[in-house]
Design a protein around this ligand. Structure first.
Ligand SMILES: [Fe+2]
Ligand SMILES: [Fe+2]
Length: 474
């Protein structure tokens, strides 16, 4: 499954055999490049960046690394190979052949799912647009740009599906994906978390840890889809996503590492002294965790959802690792535990597993997030510092679902409006926290140098040294 780079649009889908589709995508290409120029990483037109590019979709050796001029990155269309005789693995159509074309009755639903996923990709590029100006190192700058170009490619992946399978409607959606803008009042991105700002590098690392991980779970459940082109597209996107999660986890981890080192040096845990020493105190990092965890949690939607049930029974969207789950893959008679607010108490109750699929996916994500937080917790422990990061309760700071109308403390207590107003500054980043973090964001671009608030990584990218010139400014 090698990729054809000799065409205007690199692809492994034999694009040249479908002239109409090829022409439609070649028409969209300049619009994409205009969008990239306008909304992609600021001031990067002349940068040579050490980027990986897909050369095949094989799990082994798909990536090629080299310095690439940013606007010359070869965005293209890569699907994992078609599996002969593949069957639908869940829902009412379980056991039937997977679909190569979209069944008429699911057309608008499937289009909506693809557009919603597709919209997050350019949104995150827009959110991260200015970060290059305040990078803590060349290594980090390169990682930011790698994430950005791949999110751009994920947009290509979704636009390909829209063009190839949804006719004129699909082409119009493809245009609209380049017209919405993150945070724009009149024409915002579809999902709330993708209209938030990513104003500093701690936010960026948190975003790639929490929100790209939501991406992983959404893509994994779409990779189970009965609509085979969507499944195969998402499988390849997942291989790219893994690096984004690494960037986030390692970035936050290095900030924690640096803070802990300074805590040891100065023999203090006083946030005031630590801030004066130019590192981010651990309570502030905890507040960032609380914020990003809760905002990203909302992306899974309401705990009980008839839409989620329909997506499943119709075969459009499966569960995380559907085929590894040992049940009937229809869920007609299964139950799942969800939380519920009853008066002044938070209870759990059993509901139909079909209607609880959003919650199940959120739970899978929380488990994965918790494992990452546990790895962060090894850092202070190793340095003998008594500190443990925790995830806030599911109901904390939620805008969607059954906790939207109530206030929940990070420890899970239902609290009054008054207590929330009084306390939330201890739980969520304050304006002052954000200004402080912002004040640390100086640009550090000498090879091998790192800003004072973050430790260097233990190794470089693709076996290059940490002080490699990952980005060349021309
Ligand atoms: Fe993505
Ligand atoms: Fe991503």
């Amino acid at each position: 499954m090698s990729i054809n780079y000799s065409e205007r649009i690199p692809n492994n889908v034999d694009l040249s055999t479908n002239k109409t589709l090829q022409r439609a995508l070649e028409n969209w290409q300049p619009a994409f490049l205009n969008w990239w120029g306008e909304m992609g990483p600021e001031g990067t037109t002349h940068h040579d960046v050490y980027l990986r590019t897909a050369i095949s979709v094989d799990p082994q050796g798909w990536a090629h690394f080299d310095h690439v001029k940013m606007p010359d990155y070869r965005w293209g269309i890569f699907l994992t190979p078609q599996e002969q005789g593949k069957k639908i693995s869940f829902g009412d159509h379980k056991g039937e052949d997977v679909w190569q074309e979209v069944p008429g009755e699911y057309r608008s639903t499937l289009r909506r799912i693809i557009v919603t996923q597709g919209d997050t990709e350019p949104a995150s590029v827009e959110q991260q647009r200015h970060l290059g100006m305040t990078c803590p190192s060349l290594y980090d700058l390169r990682n930011l740009f790698q994430v950005n170009v791949e999110e751009g490619r994920h947009l290509w992946a979704m636009v390909y599906l829209l063009h190839a399978h949804f006719g004129r409607d699909g082409r119009e959606e493809g245009e609209a994906l380049l017209e919405r803008r993150s945070g724009d009042e009149d024409n915002p991105r579809i999902l709330t978390a993708f209209n938030e700002k990513t104003p500093d590098w701690l936010s960026f690392f948190m975003f790639t840890f929490f929100t790209d991980r939501d991406g992983k779970y959404q893509l994994a459940s779409l990779a189970e889809s009965a609509f085979d082109p969507l499944s195969r597209t998402c499988k390849f996107m997942l291989t790219e996503e893994a690096h984004h999660l690494f960037v986030g986890e390692q970035g936050v981890g290095r900030a924690i590492q640096r803070t802990c080192e300074v805590m040891k040096e100065l023999k203090t845990d006083d946030p005031v002294k630590l801030r004066a020493a130019g590192v981010i105190d651990l309570p502030t990092i905890q507040r960032y965790i609380n914020f990003h965890h809760s905002v990203t949690s909302d992306l899974y939607g309401a705990e009980i959802s008839s839409n989620a049930a329909t997506y499943y029974t119709t075969g459009l969207k499966g569960r995380f690792e559907e085929s590894k789950i040992d049940d009937d893959h229809k869920l007609d008679n299964n139950e799942y535990e969800v939380m519920d607010v009853a008066g002044d108490k938070i209870l759990t109750r059993q509901v139909s597993a079909l209607t609880a699929l959003n919650e199940r996916l959120r739970d899978d994500w929380v488990t994965d997030v918790q494992a990452g937080v546990d790895r962060w917790n090894r850092i202070p422990k190793k340095l003998g510092i008594d500190w443990v990061f925790t995830l806030p309760h599911k109901g904390f700071n939620r805008r969607i679902g059954m906790f939207a109308e109530v206030h929940v403390a990070p420890d899970g207590r239902l609290i009054s409006e008054a207590e929330w107003t009084h306390q939330h500054k201890h739980w969520l980043p304050t304006e002052e926290d954000r200004l402080f973090v912002h004040s640390l964001m100086g640009r550090c671009i000498e090879p091998g140098k790192f800003a004072g608030w973050i430790a260097p990584p233990s190794r470089g990218i693709n076996n290059q040294p940490v002080n490699f010139d990952y980005v060349r400014f021309n």
